[in-house]
Design a protein around this ligand. Structure first.
Ligand SMILES: [Zn+2]
Length: 245
């Protein structure tokens, strides 16, 4: 056996260990059943925030895990995400702009899909992530000024009954404004979808999709730091998506 072949055989088990962090094949085969009932999680029963002291205080090199905020019930991630995107009209004067918006959002979703098990659904009742073609309303700030933005993601925690089974689920509404050029829509969608899939925090590095302050040029590719942070997050235990014990 040549040295090169031996090295390749050694590398394979390492890959097999690394992959299940993001895609546990046993749990990813679930489809996206309709929500029969859904109500806000009120903090009883399952789920509790990970103790603050278990969070990394220091900025590690290579990712920005230290800025991530868990929800009150724990890390808001799922073994599989069901995603609904607002349909566009293919006729009439607005069709061209709506299609442009859809293409930009699809390009952003495609990048996340390379690293997360996502399933697209046509019924919002089947989704945990809902993407709407809408400019977010202005946020009122303390000083009385209103801050405008082109995208926003809002998280709520829900107890949801699907196929007769109650699960704790994150529900994220993502608003992406169509009133931007295509590259800006795509960068906005990449960033807001990052929040939707659990990255609730902002990177200090403007080269990351999840940058707090975007640089002059829109970031259109997930950076190695974005992906390393995502891998760290999905290696943590989470109460979401599981039926009660
Ligand atoms: Zn953000």
């Amino acid at each position: 056996m040549g040295a090169r072949l031996a090295a390749r055989l050694l590398a394979l088990p390492l890959l097999a260990v690394a992959l299940p962090l993001l895609a546990d094949p046993g749990r990813a085969v679930e489809v996206c059943p309709l929500a029969q009932t859904s109500r806000p999680w009120v903090g009883s029963g399952r789920g509790s925030a990970p103790p603050r002291e278990t969070l990394p205080a220091e900025a590690p090199s290579g990712d920005y895990r230290q800025v991530l905020e868990p929800s009150a019930a724990g890390w808001p991630v799922l073994p599989q995400w069901c995603v609904w995107v607002e349909p566009v009209s293919l006729e009439g004067p607005a069709a061209r702009f709506q299609l442009l918006w859809l293409q930009a959002v699809e390009a952003a979703l495609g990048q996340w899909q390379d690293h997360l098990p996502l399933k697209r659904v046509e019924d919002p009742q089947r989704a945990q992530v809902l993407v709407r073609r809408q400019r977010p309303p202005r946020l009122q700030q303390a000083a009385g000024q209103a801050r405008a933005s082109h995208g926003r993601a809002s998280l709520s925690l829900q107890d949801t009954e699907r196929l007769g089974v109650w699960r704790l689920e994150p529900r994220v509404e993502v608003l992406i404004s169509p009133e931007q050029r295509r590259a800006a829509i795509e960068a906005t969608a990449l960033h807001e979808l990052g929040h939707a899939f659990g990255l609730w925090g902002h990177s200090p590095d403007p080269a990351d999709v999840m940058a707090a302050v975007p640089g002059a040029e829109p970031v259109l590719r997930l950076s190695p730091r974005d992906l390393a942070t995502l891998r760290w997050l999905y290696s943590k235990p989470s109460p979401f998506g599981s039926p009660p014990p």
